[in-house]
Design a binder for this molecule. Structure first.
Ligand code: PRP
Ligand code: MN
Ligand code: MG
Length: 180
């Protein structure tokens, strides 16, 4: 599996250091608020697990799974809910956890959805931000790293459902996606 990686963009150590820093910031901002931390399946799960361990105040956690509609629908920004929250968000402080913001469609939809459902506040923490990919105007409140417009995998991010279990973020060798 590691042979398929052209270069490592963010090492395990860099990811851990940033996750600790983000956890400290989130701890300070959410002390006493008991936020609902919402992981967006599946990409966020490795980051979510590591981030939660660095947050030193009470939180609750829940998950959502969503998927974008087909390409013909891209301009609508519509996403389909595959798994909804188990938790009622009315009056709650919501912290959405994502692995990456690319076009911004997923997060724009979710942020609007939670506001519509009368959350008290909605903030976003994303490990990676790819500003060049942006189609919808959305910014995260906490960003780990900006990444270039390359196909990145690992630490939750997949190519055709593989590579999520890499402990670092890397760039795939072009022949891997060209051979399909
Ligand atoms: C990826 C990623 C984000 C989203 C970002 O998820 O994990 O959730 O795309 O893209 P956007 O900003 O253009 O909406 P994907 O839909 O591939 O599902 P996955 O997390 O299960 O891999
Ligand atoms: Mn995702
Ligand atoms: Mg994916």
């Amino acid at each position: 599996m590691q042979n398929d990686i052209q270069k490592i963009l963010l090492s395990k150590e860099e990811l851990a250091e940033k996750t600790t820093a983000l956890g400290k910031e989130i701890t300070a901002d959410y002390k006493g608020k008991n936020p609902l931390v919402v992981g967006i399946l599946k990409g966020s799960i490795l980051f979510m697990a590591d981030l939660l361990k660095e947050i030193d105040t009470h939180v609750e956690m829940d998950f959502m799974a969503v998927s974008s509609y087909g390409n013909e629908m891209v301009s609508s920004g519509e996403v389909k809910i595959l798994k909804d929250l188990d938790t009622n968000v009315v009056g709650r402080d919501i912290l959405i956890v994502e692995d990456i913001i690319d076009s911004g469609r997923t997060l724009a939809y979710l942020a609007d959805l939670f506001k519509y459902r009368q959350a008290k506040s909605v903030k976003i923490v994303t490990l990676l931000d790819k500003p060049e990919g942006r189609v919808v105007d959305i910014t995260a409140d906490y960003v780990g790293f900006n990444v270039p417009n390359e196909f990145v995998v690992g630490y939750g991010l997949d190519y055709a459902e593989r590579y999520r279990n890499l402990p670092y973020i890397g760039v795939l060798k072009p022949e891997i996606y060209e051979e399909k």
